[in-house]
Write a protein that binds this ligand. Structure first.
Ligand code: IMP
Ligand code: MG
Length: 183
């Protein structure tokens, strides 16, 4: 896929190795996922629970592609420790204000890597008696053992470190309208 002419302006000169998913490809798939979710939840209260910060652009587009009533809330989770690998220890820095009991809760996640963040969150949220608990992830690196709650996945993606459309590297590049590998 060609690198857009404005890419270097957006990254501040950092070169992009490759566009993994371009803007149109993402938009088409998100619209399709909206249709899948609309059909999968014919009745009941639906709550989209976005995992910040990585899901902020995805959930904004996804929510508008779902053609049924819904509510939106967010969670902020933090893994202890630094680095590019997940530590497996998760705590909630922001706990959703919404009562989950009796609702169809759909956790919206940017990317599943080791799946550890998600596993820990799901056991936390499952204890709050939702009517159902599912996960919608834009990207899956296919490294994690299968997680039964993952009902919707946008794309399988390479096991490389990618940025854009909400995903960061050291808090940068979340605003890129495409998903890319940096050099
Ligand atoms: P996990 O617990 O290993 O599945 O880590 C998931 C979280 O790590 C995601 O929600 C992302 O915030 C972050 N992450 C994993 N892989 C990438 C990547 O390739 N680019 C940017 N962030 C990533
Ligand atoms: Mg991150």
């Amino acid at each position: 896929m060609p690198i857009p002419a404005d890419a270097l302006r957006r990254t501040g000169g950092v070169a992009i190795t490759r566009i993994v998913f371009d803007q149109q490809t993402i938009a088409d798939r998100v619209r399709e996922m909206g249709r899948e979710i609309t059909e999968a939840y014919p009745a009941g209260d639906l709550l989209l629970l976005g995992l910040l910060k990585g899901s902020f652009i995805f959930i904004a587009d996804l929510a508008r592609a779902i053609e049924r009533p819904l509510q939106v809330d967010f969670m902020v989770a933090s893994s202890y420790g630094k680095g590019t690998s997940s530590s497996g220890n998760v705590r909630l820095l922001y706990d959703p204000a919404t009562d989950l009991a009796g609702k169809h809760v759909l956790v919206v996640e940017d990317i599943i890597d080791t799946g550890q963040t998600l596993q820990r969150l799901l056991s936390l949220l499952g204890a709050r008696q939702p009517a159902s608990l599912g996960v919608c992830a834009l990207l899956d690196k296919k490294i994690a053992p299968p997680i039964p709650e993952v009902r919707f996945v946008g794309f399988d993606c390479p096991a490389a470190f990618i940025v854009g459309y909400g995903l960061d590297h050291a808090e940068n590049y979340r605003h890129l309208p495409f998903i890319a590998e940096l050099s």
